[in-house]
Design a protein around this ligand. Structure first.
Ligand code: NAD
Length: 483
């Protein structure tokens, strides 16, 4: 696939989580030799033996294609760093108690790299880090006795979304490369040349997506500080958009308007755009909550009051509570109620449950004495770490098993299959045909026509009239079901 002048680069990727593993597989896919490092021995063993530790579309195919050829896995950071021309740091940067990013993993990796350096290396921040981290990494490496001319520290933030991570990596909206020297900048540009030249998209086995040979992704070269800020500002802006539409949804709900119509009308303005205007139960995941907090902390550190971000966080917390109140309004009391739950991951398409609003809702339900049966196509195993199976917390193998004899069904994330349920079957499976949809996957009119009490976010609540005689109890047989 390589044009003359396009060289294969040897890359070490430190951290083989959602970002590192995807980056490693994708760099191998575009022709580089990749050594993927992790200090979690069991993860490395799984990867070496052909396992795939995370759920991500196309990842199993790419790992199978390149494992043992251009892609290898190790716990030996020293050897990987010595073999590589570019060393990507893709370890976690979780939220510390103060809200700032905890950079201790990055610090530890930087020290280890410093002890390994024996020739010129380009060290690349792939993890999401606050501005000035670049300078700290440089300082750590110099403190370990490495001469300045032996390395450069660059920033190449990652914008992939879990669930579509491989496509996002290989077919990005843009690539951002922050470097202080021409030498480092050139190396990073050459790494992405198969994408920016369009060469990759000519291949028959290329992972499909929006880019093409004629429309390759742009690469934006910036300073290292600008690249660091671009990543934090992007996530903070997206979280702001979500909180904004959630407040608009609450206004719609009070006024009797439909937020979906309102969002469509707002999003048709090309200055605003239609994406990230989906009202729901609030944002979650391993990035937005911690990155908003970290960016707010960065602002404070440099003496800027970013009060807007405090509001964004507050709205997000309130949105989760509001949804819980909505459940209460439909059920009246909670103790011993059976609740079916669809969705445990923080969104559809992933097995990641970090900061998942769905887990938050389930924990509250359990605390109130409910009996929960939950289904998620990929996140059950990870959820069990936080919500072990018990008499009150049960896991189902499909959506209808979760709904079986439940007093209500909650939809808490947006897997495609949750929006394509057989509504007649669902109706007679539930004890009471009550659906509380935190992701607006159904049209309210359709649900009421099918005989459901249907509550969603930012749309007028549609409730079957309460009838003590049991008029809205479930149909007993398939034939009884409202179809
Ligand atoms: P993760 O927790 O899934 O993976 C981190 C990996 O690093 C783990 O496998 C861990 O074992 C490994 N690790 C930790 N210390 C190590 C060390 N000293 N040596 C070797 N390996 C080590 O995290 P993630 O979701 O991949 O996120 C990584 C970074 O990328 C974070 O800064 C995150 O904010 C950023 N990011 C994440 C996403 C996303 O959607 N997950 C998107 C863009 C950016």
């Amino acid at each position: 696939m390589r044009e003359a002048g396009m060289e294969s680069v040897t890359i070490a990727v430190v951290g083989s989580g959602y970002v590192g593993l995807v980056a490693a597989a994708c760099f191998a896919e575009i022709g580089h030799r990749v050594i993927c490092v992790d200090n979690d021995e069991s993860k490395v063993k799984t990867l070496r033996e052909g396992g795939v530790p995370i759920h991500e579309e196309y990842l199993p195919e790419l790992l199978a294609r390149h494992r043992g050829d251009r892609l290898e896995f190790t716990t030996d950071l020293r050897a990987a760093a010595q073999a590589a021309q570019a060393i990507f740091i893709a370890v976690g940067t979780p939220q510390s108690r103060t809200g700032s990013a905890d950079l201790s993993y990055v610090d530890a990796v930087a020290s280890e790299i410093a002890r390994a350096i024996d020739s010129y290396k380009v060290i690349v921040e792939k993890s999401t880090v606050p501005v000035y981290t670049n300078e700290w990494i440089r300082r750590v490496i110099e403190r370990n006795g490495v001469p300045t001319e032996m390395f450069d520290v660059t920033s190449n933030p990652e914008f992939l979304r879990e669930g579509t991570a491989v496509v996002d990596f290989l077919q990005p909206d843009r690539l951002v490369v922050g470097a202080a020297t021409e030498r480092a900048s050139q190396l990073l540009k050459s790494l992405y040349a198969p994408l920016t030249s369009g060469e990759y998209y000519k291949l028959t086995q290329a992972v499909p997506g929006p880019c093409s040979e004629k429309m390759p992704p742009p690469l934006l070269a910036t300073s290292t500080k600008a690249a660091e800020i671009i990543k934090h500002a992007s996530n903070a802006f997206l979280a702001t958009k979500i909180s904004f539409i959630n407040v608009v949804a609450n206004i719609c709900e009070a006024a009797g308007a439909d937020v979906e119509e309102v969002a469509r009308g707002i999003g048709m303005d090309s200055r605003i755009g239609p994406k990230f205007l989906r009202a729901g139960v609030g944002y979650g995941g391993s990035c937005f909550p911690k990155d908003v907090a970290a960016f707010r902390h960065v602002a404070e550190t440099v003496g800027v009051d970013f009060g807007l971000l405090r509001e964004v966080e507050k709205i997000n917390e309130e949105q989760k509570l509001r949804f819980f109140q909505k459940i209460r309004s439909a059920l009246w009391t909670f103790r011993a109620k059976k609740i079916g739950v669809l969705g445990l991951a923080f969104k559809g398409g992933t097995d990641d449950v970090r900061e998942s609003p769905a887990l938050d809702v389930v924990k509250r339900l359990l605390h109130e004495g409910c009996i929960v049966t939950a289904f998620d196509p990929a996140a059950t195993e990870r959820s069990k770490e936080f919500l072990p199976p018990s008499a009150e917390m049960r896991y189902a193998d499909d959506p209808y098993a979760a709904a079986q004899d439940a007093d209500a069904l909650l939809i808490l994330n947006d897997w495609q299959e949750f929006g394509e349920l057989d509504l007649a079957k669902l109706h007679y499976t539930l004890r009471y045909p009550i659906v509380i949809d935190g992701r607006n996957l159904y049209a309210p009119a359709q649900m009421i026509e099918q005989g459901f009490t249907y509550l969603s976010v930012g749309r007028p609540g549609l409730q079957q009239p309460a009838d003590p005689s049991g008029a809205f109890r479930r149909a007993q047989t398939k034939d009884d079901a409202t179809v």
